[in-house]
Structure formats: structure tokens, C-alpha cells
Write a protein that binds this ligand. Structure first.
Ligand SMILES: Nc1ncnc2c1ncn2[C@@H]1O[C@H](COP(=O)(O)OP(=O)(O)O)[C@@H](O)[C@H]1O
Ligand SMILES: N[C@@H](CC(=O)OP(=O)(O)O)C(=O)O
Length: 439
């Protein structure tokens, strides 16, 4: 049996945290492949090493002195090495990094050094082999992850390596240059490694006891979700439950490998198990709540819209032509609404409106900004009558004006639009009714 264990930045922020991680790995022989992130925050005011590296490289790129900043980064690693009493020096590595910064090796290269160096420390601490991810994880010429090539090379390498540390977050392009995933991407590396070695489990260790019913920054001490399906989690992580990168599900899902989210600071807690399907009923009618702020609703009205063949296509073409991605699209009889990201839309709103007018000839176009979308997700919702009713009465009691409702045809989720200002209050009201009072 082989388990892949990924540890997030908060689990590796200091020597003390490394010690907890070492204990976890050594307590189970099957934890053979370890994917570390870069050191994260030691406290709420601290800075992640990845952010320090981006800032440091920014100085280098603008021909400013970056040595002081790089020294600070080295200090963070040295304090881990010294705290663990390792016989390891990173002076040579930092010399190479400084030279590459001077040669403007790129922001991806710079950011990747966070996990690269942490991987070297971790391998030394555990006595595992170190595998540089640039030699086993590949991106194509467009910067997209190359699953086929990676799986071939990585599987072969892991077959020959009994125990290894493979740093998260990066790989290499066809020219050998380092490429990173998007932020939080070490979760993806863990998933890729799990697939390549046919792991029996992908353990993702973080600083919370699993995927929680709601964001702990909004709800005090939310309940952990015991079992969640890949589909439910995909909805939750897409809508902002940031415990797992939204792209981390695909590689393991294809291979049928379950994910277990665990807490490094509470290793006995079972955490959350993420599976393809389960007959286990969720503890509550809903599995989870997640949401994001910053949307604009573009309301498009036209009399007899429904009988005009091709109207929606023409209206949507206006967004496509302007490179705007669409988030949701609830519709009525003579009206359709398109939800888009405010930050993406703001600079282009007048172009989009004139494109809609030119292509679809609507009667009225009207914009509503500063909206938030909240997803209430749960496989148990379709077998429970009155779920939507309970959500809306909870929101009405909390004096929240619901601006949009969109229930997916799978009945796996209900999306609700509220104003940005009501976002936290709405999540609290929904959490209360389903989890706290269970009315
Ligand atoms: N529904 C949720 N369940 C658990 N954590 C969540 C949820 N929504 C947001 N989070 C946040 O995700 C954080 C864990 O993700 P992340 O910071 O990427 O961890 P790591 O550094 O371990 O990869 C938690 O500390 C928590 O603040
Ligand atoms: N260190 C990278 C990648 C990552 O996955 O980190 P974490 O596991 O701490 O979210 C980042 O900060 O984006």
C-alpha cells in the first residue's frame, strides 16, 4: 500500500511544524511519497515564503538590490535547518538562485524555489530521495500541464524510487524552464504524484481538520465534513472553499483514488474523505456552503425573447468577443441574466454593452454590480423536500435581499446572489439553519 502525503505551507512554516510532519510520516510505513509546499505563515501577521520570493524577484527584474530580501528568505530556511539540527547548508543553492535572479530567470522560477528548497530540507530530514519536479512534471509550449508525458516519466521514476520527496507547485516546459501551477498548486502536484504511483490514498495535510461546512474565516469553528464526493467538492472549491485547489481533483478522480484532508496540528482527527460516490448520508441536509464576492449581473430584456431562435447565442457571443468568462446564467421568459466577474468586466463594460446591442438587439440592458454568489451544495438536497424554502426563510429572517436564485439541474447545488455587503451575514444564516439549529 502506498500513500502520497502533501503538506501545505502552514504545516511546514517552522522547525516545530516540520517535527510534527516528520512524526506523521514516520508513524505510517505506507507514507512513501511526500509533496511539500514552501514555508507558509507562522502567525497571521507573517509572510509566506512564496510571496517573499515574488517580491524579491520583482526587485531583481527592476534592477534593484534584492540581496537583503533574499537573505531574509535564506534566514527562514536556516532557522528550520538549525531547529531540526540538520547537517545541511543551502549557501550554494542561494548563490545559484541569486545568479539566476540577476539573469532574470522569470517569476515562475523564483516562486518555485520555495518548494524546491523545502523539498531538499524535507528529504534530508526524512532520509528520503529528493526528486526535482522540473525533471518529472511537464508543461506544454502553451504553459498547460502535460498529463501524458508527466505520467509516463513520473511513474517510471517512482517505480525505481522507494521513498521520495517531490516538491509541489512546479514543473518544467519543453525548453526546460521552470513553470508553476496557479497559487495553491502544490495540491495539484500531490494529486499527480498519487495518480502516477497508483496510490491507495492521497493525504492532503493542512491547518484545519478537513473540509469544513463553511469557511472558518466567516463561521467560528465550523463542523468538518466527514465524507464529500468529488462533484460536491468541485462545486465547493470552485465557489471559494479554498482548502483544496480546484484542479487537484481531476488526476485522482480519474484514477479513483480517494483524498483525505487532514490536520497536521490534530493528526488524530479523521478529517474529510473525498470519494467518487458514497452511500453514507451527510450529517446535515447540506454538505457545505461556499461563496465569492465581486460579480456583476447583466440583465438583458427583450419582448418575446423566448420565441426568437438564437437570441441567447447572440447575446453570449458579445461576451465571448470581448474575452469575458461567464459565471452563471439564470433566465426568465423575456429576460436573461449573465453573471460575470466585476474585476474582469469593469474595463470592458461599454464594449460588451454595444456588442450585445449590435448582435442581439435587446430592448433593455441593465447592470447590477457588487454582488456575491453563494453556493449551497449537497448530495442530500434532492431527497429532502423544502431545502430551498428553508434557505430563503433563513435569509428573509436575517433581512437579506435575495437578488438571484439558480438551482442546477443536478439538484446538487443552489446558487444564491446577494449584495457583497450581505455576504457574511447570508452564510451565517444558512449555516445556522442547517447546522446549528437544524430547524
Ligand atoms: N470550507 C472550508 N474548509 C476548510 N478550510 C477552508 C474552507 N474555506 C476556506 N478555508 C481556508 O483554507 C485554509 C487551508 O487552505 P490553504 O491555506 O491552501 O492551506 P495549506 O497552506 O495547508 O495548503 C484554511 O486555513 C481555511 O482558512
Ligand atoms: N507555495 C505556493 C503553492 C502552494 O500550494 O502553497 P500552499 O500549500 O501553502 O497553499 C503558494 O503559496 O501558492
Amino acid at each position: 500500500m502506498v500513500k502520497v502525503v502533501k503538506f501545505g505551507g502552514s504545516s511546514l512554516a517552522s522547525a516545530e511544524q516540520f517535527t510534527k510532519v516528520g512524526d506523521i510520516i514516520r508513524s505510517d510505513e505506507s507514507r512513501k511519497y511526500v509533496v511539500p509546499s514552501a514555508p507558509g505563515k507562522r502567525n497571521s501577521k507573517d509572510t509566506k515564503v512564496t510571496d517573499m520570493l515574488y517580491a524579491c524577484y520583482d526587485l531583481a527584474e527592476n534592477d534593484q538590490d534584492f540581496k537583503v530580501m533574499l537573505r531574509k528568505i535564506k534566514d527562514r530556511y536556516d532557522s528550520i535547518i538549525n531547529g531540526l539540527h540538520l547537517k545541511l547548508a543551502l549557501d550554494e543553492e542561494f548563490k545559484i538562485i541569486a545568479e539566476n535572479f540577476k539573469a532574470k530567470a522569470g517569476a515562475d522560477y523564483a516562486a518555485s524555489r520555495g518548494e524546491y528548497l523545502n523539498g531538499i530540507i524535507m528529504a534530508n530530514y526524512l532520509g528520503y530521495e529528493f526528486i526535482d519536479s522540473a525533471t518529472v512534471i511537464f508543461f506544454d509550449e502553451n504553459g498547460n500541464f502535460d498529463a501524458e508525458k508527466t505520467d509516463k516519466v513520473l511513474s517510471k521514476k517512482l517505480e525505481q524510487t522507494e521513498k521520495a520527496v517531490i516538491p509541489g507547485f512546479y514543473g518544467a516546459g519543453p525548453d526546460g524552464k521552470v513553470v508553476t501551477f496557479s497559487r495553491g498548486g502544490s495540491d495539484i502536484t500531490g494529486s499527480i504524484v498519487s495518480k502516477a504511483c497508483h496510490a491507495s490514498m492521497y493525504e492532503n495535510w493542512t491547518d484545519v481538520s478537513g473540509c469544513l461546512v463553511a469557511d472558518p474565516r466567516i463561521i467560528d469553528n465550523p463542523q468538518p465534513i466527514k465524507v464529500v464526493t468529488y462533484r460536491e467538492l468541485r462545486e465547493l472549491s470552485y465557489m471559494g472553499a479554498s482548502v483544496l485547489h480546484e484542479d487537484a481533483v481531476f488526476p485522482v478522480r480519474k484514477a479513483g483514488i480517494p483524498i483525505n484532508i487532514r490536520n497536521t496540528n490534530d493528526p488524530e482527527a479523521p478529517g474529510t474523505l473525498i470519494v467518487e460516490s458514497t452511500c453514507q448520508k451527510p450529517d446535515y441536509t447540506i454538505t457545505g456552503i461556499a461563496g465569492k464576492k465581486g460579480f456583476v449581473a447583466v440583465n438583458i430584456d427583450k419582448d418575446k425573447m423566448n420565441s426568437e431562435v438564437g437570441f441567447c447565442r447572440k447575446a453570449l457571443q458579445a461576451f465571448e468577443e470581448n474575452g469575458i468568462s461567464i459565471e452563471h446564467m439564470p433566465s426568465g421568459i423575456d429576460t436573461m441574466t449573465v453573471f460575470v466577474h466585476q474585476a474582469e468586466f469593469e474595463g470592458k463594460e461599454q464594449q460588451v454593452i454595444s456588442s450585445i446591442r449590435r448582435l442581439a438587439h435587446p430592448d433593455i440592458i441593465d447592470l447590477e454590480s457588487d454582488l456575491a454568489l453563494i453556493a449551497v451544495v449537497g448530495r442530500g438536497m434532492k431527497s429532502n423536500r423544502g431545502t430551498a424554502g428553508r434557505i430563503f426563510s433563513a435569509l428573509a429572517h436575517a433581512n437579506i435581499n435575495v437578488r438571484m436564485i439558480d438551482q442546477g439541474s443536478s439538484e446538487l447545488n443552489i446558487i444564491i446572489g446577494v449584495s457583497n455587503d450581505d455576504f457574511d451575514k447570508a452564510i451565517k444564516a444558512i449555516y445556522d439553519i442547517f447546522v446549528v439549529t437544524q430547524l
